[in-house]
Ligand binder design. Structure first.
Ligand code: ADP
Length: 188
């Protein structure tokens, strides 16, 4: 099954995606990770997006749409993929629908991790403290911008998928194992 995990920065999308990889053999496709790899490799895309990403703003839609269109064709996505960090705008959601239709693929569910925004800063500070490679955008200023980008540009995809009767909400404030139980129930 192919699914989307949706939620603001720090909601736990990456953690849940990793668990689904282990338990179901699905493939996590994180556009944030892909973009960070482009930056690390100093590719043309990487050079183009570095300053935007570091600031906490979204990179142009066509950059991530092209990356995902290519990525979902790869053999490791055959058992299903988990979109983590994509789509992040309504135009990206529309482009995803078009590419899935063209490739004869379907979305099984869109799972929203609902979290209390006040907790997010604490979670991200914890992540930055525990990680050996601190992300350039895990600082208070960039985080504020990422949350604003989420509210203004990403939250509108919630009604987009509600309108298609695809949206499932889970309580992202629960413990990691309880969040994954809720997701397991949805996926069946
Ligand atoms: P988080 O969910 O913690 O904010 P991500 O790793 O998903 O982190 O994304 C980090 C940054 O990568 C974003 O702030 C944005 O600049 C860029 N990015 C990732 N995915 C997208 C996307 N689908 N559209 C536009 N920009 C994106």
């Amino acid at each position: 099954m192919n699914i989307i995990l949706l939620g603001p920065p720090g909601a736990g999308k990456g953690t849940q995606a990793k668990l689904l990889e282990d338990t179901r053999g699905m493939k996590q496709l994180s556009t944030g990770d892909m973009l960070r790899a482009e930056i690390a490799g100093q590719t043309e895309i990487g050079l183009r997006v570095k300053a935007i990403m570091d600031s906490g703003a979204l990179v142009p839609d066509e950059v991530v749409i092209d990356m995902i269109a290519h990525r979902i064709e790869q053999p490791d996505c055959a058992k299903g993929f988990i979109l983590d960090g994509f789509p992040r705008t309504v135009p990206q959601a529309e482009a995803l629908d078009a590419m899935l239709a063209a490739k004869n693929k379907k979305l099984g569910a869109v799972i929203q991790l609902v979290v209390d925004e006040d907790a997010l800063l604490a979670r991200i500070e914890k992540r930055a403290a525990e990680s050996t490679t601190v992300r350039a955008d895990d600082n208070a200023e960039a985080l504020k911008k990422r949350l604003t980008a989420y509210r203004d540009q990403t939250a509108p995809i919630v009604p987009y998928y509600e309108g298609k009767n695809m949206l499932k909400k889970v309580d992202g404030m629960a413990a990691v194992n309880l969040v994954s139980e809720q997701i397991d129930k949805i996926l069946g």
